[in-house]
Write a protein that binds this ligand. Structure first.
Ligand code: ATP
Length: 584
């Protein structure tokens, strides 16, 4: 398969912002592909060679990519760099300069999918003293054999900024359209949610059809998309929604961890599938020791503990564990305890389809519990008074609130979905007007006065799961201390882009645009209709979206969340509606 066909398809995808059009471009292209080629193409469309959770990233520094472009195009280094400063994207520079080549050399070979994957693998795996040079040489060789469009995407892939706009959901739509039908779409998505590996799902579907997809099971080592909770504004409504009876657990204020445990290996993933094994290696070792069986996948909340008093410490303390530098001392000084709340797999059995109570029983017997590995505090509650007193206990123990969990037969573990099988109820709902929002930064406005020369305000967006767009909900300029104002460029500038990304929807025009990557926690007074903001646009009123009034940064960078895990537009809409019921 020629790489030029793949690059042309990427270019077609990039030229449209319509999800339907992208789906049909992909579905047409997928037809008749070899299953293993399809797998590689799916990864490449996301700018990768492997699924998201694979620990190694291609990520070549821009300066190295520019050197390879110079060498392949024959232009001088400073001319290439000058153009890059203007364009801000190595892909565009490569495309322009490679098209400026007089003619392809006699010795150039057409790029194939196989040759591209093999060269990218060489770049990914080269290590040691001369590895930088070796990477530049391999890339320059690929560019030498490229046409302009191929060069654009090769450079974007190696520099970790692919951006063709086809989200995971669009690829799943295209797979369903090409190899199955609309009705099979949820089953295809389930397979993706339990493996986090779209390439694998595509390959199995192309090879074995829906039968194969239905047989895809959770597997130790492959992270599973986490199940998420809905929110309600009062405990009374929680109990009512749960039909008068549910399990209630403390909602701990820590970091979610999904641990994949075998007798001789452990992997701990964050909720956005980052590998945090080294950051929590003490917890990991203890989980391995305490597991009574051979293999398990569990979920729990890692919470920092005050070594003197044994009390739980706030979320900020556990984030010290995310450091690259000083991790050893963070592990030594800040002990962590894991409060386990779910088990998804044990000794050959996928448990995700069992109801909550059965999973909880299995979990409680699967481990020896101790000071580091323990279960969440849980009680069965049958009315609002019991729920109130459990909630008070949770707050007394320094938790954020409670998680109500359905006891119905249908209370399976629904990977990757937010629903009313779990309902969160937090202290904030008691004290303030609304819950907090986790929003993606999509733009910035330069500051004035004391903030001159810095970013003075940020444009913040919620995620629309149906369209894959980031829709703005507020301009955020409050809650920034001096340290944060100074830290903003380092946090955001690597995501800077020249134009508004096609997946951002807003009526505002910031000075700087960012690709949605960084997520911040924002509190607000209430939700209101706004013509400038595009979240849930037209849902309540034709020419207005929903915006957050008086937004304030809480001081929490949600680096445990990817932009797609930001508060989504339907949650914003539900919260808007809730304002008109008694609670929020
Ligand atoms: P939040 O910002 O409220 O933490 P979220 O968007 O990260 O919410 P939700 O599904 O809304 O995720 O809330 C569940 C989160 O609460 C989980 O991701 C987990 O980290 C945490 N948590 C704490 N205690 C529990 C518990 N007992 N059961 C499930 N999740 C818990």
């Amino acid at each position: 398969m020629l790489f030029s066909d793949i690059a042309d398809t990427f270019a077609k995808l990039e030229s449209t912002s319509s999800r339907l059009e992208m789906t049909s471009i992909l579905a047409d292209f997928f037809k008749g592909l070899e299953p293993s080629d399809l797998r590689d193409i799916i990864y490449l469309s996301q700018g990768k060679l492997h699924p998201d959770f694979y620990p190694v990233e291609l990520g070549m520094a821009d300066k190295m990519v520019l050197r390879a472009i110079a060498s392949a195009s024959g232009f001088k280094d400073d001319k290439v760099e000058e153009m890059w400063l203007k364009e801000g994207d190595t892909g565009t520079v490569a495309e322009k300069l490679i098209s400026g080549k007089k003619q392809m050399s006699l010795f150039s070979q057409p790029l194939t999918l196989k040759s591209v994957v093999s060269d990218l693998t060489k770049i990914e795996t080269s290590e040691g003293k001369n590895s930088q040079e070796a990477k530049v040489k391999t890339l320059s060789g690929m560019l030498h054999d490229s046409g302009p469009t191929e060069a654009r995407y090769i450079c974007r892939i190696v520099s970790g900024r692919m951006r063709v706009g086809a989200s995971a959901m669009t690829i799943l739509d295209a797979l369903a359209q090409c190899y199955a039908d609309k009705e099979s779409r949820p089953e295809i998505e389930r397979a993706f949610n339990v493996t986090c590996d779209m390439g694998l799902v595509g390959e199995v579907l192309a090879k074995d059809g829906m039968e194969g997809v239905r047989n895809i099971q959770v597997k130790v080592g492959n992270p599973i998309k986490v199940m998420l909770a809905e929110r309600l504004p009062s405990l009374g409504e929680v109990i009512e929604k749960m039909d008068g009876r549910c399990a209630m657990e403390f909602k701990y204020d820590g970091m979610r961890a999904q641990a994949h445990i075998t007798k001789d290996s452990i992997k701990i993933y964050s909720r956005r599938l980052e590998n945090l094994t080294d950051n929590f290696f003490d917890v990991g070792e203890r989980l391995m020791q305490n597991l009574k069986g051979n293999e398990a996948i569990i979920e729990g909340e890692c919470v920092a503990i005050d070594p003197d008093t044994g009390n739980m410490l706030p979320f900020q303390m556990v984030t010290h564990r995310r450091r690259k530098h000083g991790l050893d001392s963070a592990i030594r000084d800040i002990p962590v305890r894991i409060f386990m709340f779910d088990i998804l797999y044990l000794d050959g059995k996928d448990l995700t389809n069992l109801p909550y109570e059965e999973r909880r029983n299995i979990l409680s017997q699967a481990f020896d519990m101790d000071d580091m590995v323990t279960l969440t505090t849980m009680e069965i509650v049958e009315d609002e008074t019991q729920a109130e007193s459990f909630f008070d206990k949770a707050i007394g123990a320094k938790c954020e609130g409670v998680m109500a969990k359905s006891l119905s037969d249908a209370s399976v573990y629904r990977a990757g979905s937010r629903g009313f099988l779990w309902i969160k109820y937090k202290k904030d709902y008691h004290e303030a007007l609304t819950d907090t929002f986790d929003l993606a930064v999509v733009g910035a406005f330069y500051g004035m006065g004391k903030r001159a020369g810095k970013y003075g305000a940020l444009l913040m967006a919620a995620y629309d799961q149906d369209t894959g767009d980031f829709c703005t909900v507020c301009k955020l300029g409050t809650g920034f201390d001096d340290a944060f104002l100074d830290a903003m460029p380092a946090l955001l500038d690597s995501t800077k882009v020249k134009d508004m990304p096609t997946n951002v929807k807003t009526g505002l025009d910031p000075d700087v645009w960012f690709e949605p990557k960084v997520v911040l926690e924002v509190a607000g007074a209430d939700l209101t209709l706004s013509p400038n903001h595009k979240a849930a646009y037209g849902w309540v009123k034709d020419d207005a979206g929903i915006g957050i009034r008086f937004p304030r940064y809480t001081g929490r960078v949600r680096d445990d969340k990817s932009a797609e895990q930001a508060t989504n537009v339907s949650e914003i809409f539900d919260m808007y509606e809730m304002q008109f019921s008694d609670g929020l």
